[in-house]
Design a protein around this ligand. Structure first.
Ligand code: GLC
Length: 612
């Protein structure tokens, strides 16, 4: 037997029994399991030698993605560089940003105007023609790898577009294809589901079913009406989607973001979220990856409270996702910005810091989606803060309706029933840069830049992988042109999905410009983070109480190094009530200071390392 086969066999043997057990539990179908295994081998043999080498290296170094120099950036291919070839040409810019993990927003073929930003895939084997070809994608992966970068893509597995071949064949009446979705010829079962299933887009896409008059059937559509939920109880759906996953692994992807994963299993009478079968599927996916393409890691998208997110890591013996979004921390961060009070953030960070080291979070200030106010309301209510009124306050704050706020942005899915609006806007606009520039107010502008930098410094202090949002490194503002585009106007998330402003990016070289200050500030922070041992995974991390609610303290200790980050979330100067012996080097400014009740400027921060 050739050596390559031995490698595959060894990996398969390691996981075979568990994989088979789970598959049989879910599907009880031997021949489909045999087909799956045959295809695992096929994808393995089709995998390029260079990728196989990457697999072997990473098997030896499974923590490769936890290194403190890991820095992600998410971007839309067309906004950033026109098409995939354009991105290939812009890799130097990304290197200059210290980025080594590029998350490409959805780029697969999708119907124009009915695409949900690419999250309605009509062909999993075809790149959207205006963005390029599959060859361009594989080439980009190759170029990234040569530069020491990783490539990440979305795997939209909960649904397909209504124009996907399966959907079309289902509409044409082919029963086998209908069984890949959820079809009902009357509203009896849809109505039953509606009793227990919450809504994702209550105003832009109410309900969880769509009536198709042409074929007189309802189809399940949890998200937009043109995104048809796949039926994972059908093993054909599972197998084919795994082949799609492996196909992308073989194009050279390093990180696969599994989109909307909590939703993939549906059972009547439940919320159809986070059901046990979802975890069975993710666990199988993890093993399939480890058998065929162990260089690839899974990033789960679970936009929910911590109790629901953490199970997606699986257990240490039976892991599921390699990484998950630190979503509650993100939302709580903006709550702290609006209130100038970091108590809730501290509690949230304490929860995250207590989790096992194996759990890797992806930290971010914002992403392509709206910010939902998923906060710990049980704790807030003990402090006299009520959920609905508080959400109203946050939305008023970020739309600049509160006197102390300079923030600009738009509401999203403003639900008149639950009053549960979410929020959209770029980091810079949320921090007040847009308003300060419009008002030509230099003091307000200073404050806004400081706040923006402080938030990035705080984000980079967290354990896990920081993920920047393209444009934030130069303080890009909201883009209101989506309002003139009939295909986008109803979805305010486009306000922070504007085209990257290369002309503004040029100004990054001018250290006095807004762009230059943010860009060079971030660059400096990222370089410090990459270099200093205290930022490595495995550091002990705690919050540090400085007896001032406006200031968040984060302590990191590793191999005798002691680091304290102090972040002032309020617009007023504050004293951190604390004493620590010795001298401290402020890593950002290079100054040395004592820690005796230090003063922290409005929206200021310190990155302090004890001088040994
Ligand atoms: C994820 C994406 C979001 C999309 C949804 C439906 O939550 O982040 O943008 O609308 O999935 O695919």
């Amino acid at each position: 037997m050739p050596r390559a086969d031995e490698i595959f066999q060894k990996r398969l043997e390691k996981h075979h029994d568990e994989l088979r057990w789970l598959y049989m539990e879910l599907y009880g179908n031997d021949s489909m399991f045999a087909e799956l295994c045959d295809n695992l081998y096929r994808f393995y043999t089709e995998r390029k030698e260079t990728l196989k080498r990457r697999d072997q290296q990473r098997e030896k170094q499974p923590d490769w993605f936890k290194k403190s120099d890991m820095l992600g950036m998410m971007l839309y291919i067309d906004n950033f560089a026109g098409n995939l070839k354009g991105v290939q040409k812009r890799l130097d810019y990304l290197s200059e940003c210290n980025v080594n993990c590029v998350h490409l927003m959805p780029f697969l073929d999708t119907p124009k105007g009915r695409s949900d930003g690419g999250y309605a895939v009509s062909d999993f084997r075809k790149v959207r023609p205006d963005l390029g070809t599959m060859e361009d994608l594989a080439k980009l992966a190759e170029l990234c790898h040569e530069k020491g970068m990783n490539l990440c893509m979305d795997f939209v597995m909960n649904h397909t577009s209504e124009e996907h071949e399966w959907a079309r064949r289902a509409v044409a009446g082919e029963g086998e294809y209908m069984s890949r979705y959820f079809f009902y010829d009357n509203d009896r079962i849809p109505k039953e589901y509606e009793k227990t299933v919450p809504q994702v887009f209550p105003t832009t896409a109410p309900g969880n079913f769509t009536w198709l008059p042409r074929i007189s059937h309802y189809v399940m559509t949890t998200f937009y009406l043109y995104q048809w939920d796949l039926n994972y109880a059908n093993p054909r759906v599972f197998n084919e989607m795994m082949y799609n996953f492996l196909y992308f692994a073989n194009q050279g992807m390093d990180v696969i973001r599994i989109d909307a994963v909590p939703y993939i299993w549906k059972t009547l009478g439940t919320s159809c979220r986070n059901l046990p079968q979802v975890h069975t599927i993710v666990r199988m996916m993890r093993m399939i990856g480890e058998i065929v393409c162990p260089a690839v890691v899974l990033l789960g998208e679970v936009v929910m409270e911590p109790e629901k997110v953490v199970p997606y890591f699986g257990t240490v013996e039976k892991p599921e996702c390699h990484m998950l979004y630190n979503v509650t921390t993100m939302a709580t961060t903006w709550h702290s910005v609006a209130t100038g009070d970091t108590r809730l953030l501290r509690r949230q960070m304490d929860i995250v810091n207590r989790l096992p080291d194996e759990y890797t979070f992806l930290n971010y200030l914002r992403c392509h989606d709206d910010i939902g106010w998923g906060l710990d309301y049980a704790t807030l209510s003990q402090w006299g803060i009520k959920e609905i009124a508080h959400k109203q306050y946050l939305n008023d704050y970020f739309t600049g309706k509160i006197a102390s706020s300079n923030s600009c942005g738009e509401l999203y899915n403003d639900d008149p029933v639950t009053k549960d609006a979410r929020f959209c806007g770029t980091t810079a606009s949320m921090c007040g840069i847009e308003q300060a520039q419009a008002d030509r107010d230099p003091n307000a502008l200073e404050e806004a830049i400081d706040q923006d930098l402080m938030l990035h410094a705080y984000m980079l202090t967290q354990s896990g992988i920081p993920m920047l949002y393209s444009g934030d490194e130069i303080g890009q503002l909201n883009d209101y042109t989506y309002r003139e585009d009939p295909e986008k106007v109803s979805d305010s998330r486009y306000v922070h999905r504007g085209a990257f402003q290369w002309a503004l990016a040029e100004k990054r070289k001018d250290k006095n410009s807004v762009q230059g200050r943010l860009f060079s500030g971030l660059q400096k922070l990222e370089k410090i983070r990459a270099k200093e041992t205290v930022f490595s995974s495995g550091a002990n991390v705690y919050t540090y109480d400085v007896h001032t609610d406006a200031i968040l303290g984060i302590l990191r200790e590793k191999d005798g190094d002691w680091f304290l980050g102090l972040f002032n979330f309020s617009g007023m100067g504050q004293t951190a009530w604390m004493q620590e012996e010795g001298s401290f080097s402020e890593l950002f400014t290079g100054k040395t200071m004592k820690l005796e009740n230090p003063y922290v400027a409005p929206h200021g921060f310190y990155w302090l390392k004890r001088v040994r």
